[in-house]
Write a protein that binds this ligand. Structure first.
Ligand code: F0G
Length: 463
């Protein structure tokens, strides 16, 4: 007999209590946090879906590997284990550890970009965009056409637009030091990129002498979607698929806080020796010696083990299934989400759910606040607060107003997901009464982290 229920493929060995709060507690906490979910104390949150980054549970194998962490300043054995694991999966020659993904981005872009350069990408994540713009270069998003239709069911909505890539490279010769593909496409709904798309983008870039890098934070989830959705890959392992993905590219930036299954860590990897030397020099300035890159030896050990755990089929099946389970409940109850559900998160389409709130009153931000007040759920806005501020200081509404519910790895169980569904269905019954928000005070870059907001008409949910 084959049973249908997909169980969490692990048992729980250590637990962390969740503090229960009331609606009144949460209203007060939100006021103290200036109506910004980033400014809440985590202890005031019941289910924290702010991010899947660094928030997952470690395995017993990772904890035991961490005990053998070698904290030598130079040449630690932990580094060599880390390097071996990264090389085994990516095939890249030069492996530079960093404390997290954005450090890899800063080092790479700080080394290769100059003012006026252009970096095409399916969709830049906020830190990738900010690090590109920090070099006075242009972060150009060229997702495929399907990416713009949230409710369209298509297997690889994370693909890069290949025609646009050709155009950008041909029209800007000498101004594109590298192109990037983000797997999965986080800002575009956690949607995967097909092997065919990576292969074709690689040919386009290499025919023109432009290196292609992967922003590979969620490479294992992407490999799983290729296995389950792309013809010819059903019998391959996620590891084989990941190796093929990397084989078409010249390097990668990685946040090991995602598919590295670690609480901290990342890397920059590449095949170009001269570039690696320049990047290492840049690394030493701010991150540390090249065999630890801002990490403790035990962090390197956690990543070395975690990278392979992320490629485990039972784990990937359970993970994508729990995200899809919530997504399907929402779809069946007419709550608009980016379809199909992504690998690490559900993205609620707030523009569609709350059409009465104009983008100038940030509907996704407002919905996120209501989910917190009603159910203690912390989400993140991926909309006009995160992306609306232009480098010249002007304001441009973003294409989509999304509320992302990101699932930490191996952290929550089925009953947590059932609770999430119950809260979301309840909030859906209030939707006509939800009101917009306005900005009180904002910083000049990455404003969403510290911005202060308030309800535009004095209340989040009208009577
Ligand atoms: N690239 C992508 C696609 C990401 O999703 C992130 C982080 C980064 C780069 C930067 O990595 O945080 O280690 O410096 N994303 C987190 C998120 C923060 O919530 O999606 P980092």
């Amino acid at each position: 007999m084959e049973f249908k229920t997909i169980i969490e493929p692990f048992r729980i060995k250590t637990i962390e209590p969740i503090r229960q709060t009331t609606r009144r507690d949460r209203e007060a906490a939100l006021r103290d946090a200036h109506h910004n979910l980033f400014l809440l104390k985590a202890d005031d949150v019941l289910i924290d879906l702010l991010t899947d980054s660094g928030t997952g549970a470690l395995s017993s194998a990772q904890w035991s590997a961490m005990m053998r962490g070698d904290e030598s300043y130079a040449g630690a054995t932990s580094f060599y284990r880390f390097k071996k694991a990264v090389q085994d999966i990516t095939g890249f020659e030069y492996i530079i550890p960093t404390h997290q993904g954005r450090a890899a981005e800063r080092i790479l872009f700080g080394t290769v970009l100059k003012s006026g350069d252009i970096v095409p990408n399916n969709t830049h994540f906020d830190t990738t965009r900010a690090n590109t713009e920090h070099q006075a270069a242009v972060a150009l998003d060229i997702p495929c056409a399907e990416a713009h239709q949230p409710d369209l069911e298509a297997p690889f909505k994370g693909n890069i637009d290949l025609d646009a890539l050709v155009r950008v490279l041909d029209e800007n010769q000498g101004r594109v030091p590298l192109a990037m593909i983000t797997v999965t496409n986080n800002s575009g709904g956690g949607q995967p990129v097909s092997m065919a798309n990576i292969r074709a983008a690689s040919k386009i870039c290499h025919d023109r002498g432009v290196p292609l890098f992967l922003d590979c934070c969620r490479f294992a989830e992407n490999a799983w979607f290729i296995k389950t959705r792309e013809e010819g890959y059903a019998d391959k392992t996620p590891l084989e698929i990941a190796r093929e993905m990397f084989s078409y590219t010249d390097g990668a930036t990685m946040s090991a806080k995602k598919d590295g299954m670690a609480n901290i860590g990342g890397f920059l990897a590449m095949n170009d020796h001269d570039l690696a030397v320049r990047c290492r020099n840049n690394l030493i300035l701010t991150e540390g010696f090249p065999t630890y890159g801002g990490l403790a030896g035990y962090d390197l050990e956690a990543v070395a083990v975690g990278l392979h755990e992320a490629l485990d089929e039972d784990y990937l099946r359970y993970r994508t299934r729990s995200v899809a389970y919530l997504g399907d409940i929402l779809t069946n109850n007419d709550i608009p989400i980016v379809r199909p559900p992504g690998g690490h998160a559900i993205y609620i389409d707030a523009k569609n759910m709350l059409p009465h709130i104009p983008q100038s009153e940030y509907p996704a931000w407002a919905l996120g606040l209501v989910l917190y007040v009603e159910g203690g759920i912390r989400s993140v806005e991926i909309g006009s607060v995160m992306f609306g501020k232009q480098p010249d200081g002007s304001e441009k509404p973003s294409a989509m107003e999304l509320v992302r519910l990101a699932f930490p790895r191996r952290m929550y169980t089925q009953s947590h997901v059932d609770y999430l569904a119950e809260v979301l269905l309840y909030v859906n019954t209030l939707k006509e009464r939800i009101r917009g928000v306005r900005i009180v005070q904002e910083p000049s870059v990455l404003r969403h982290f510290t911005i202060r907001m308030e309800p535009a008409c004095g209340t989040l949910v009208a009577d």
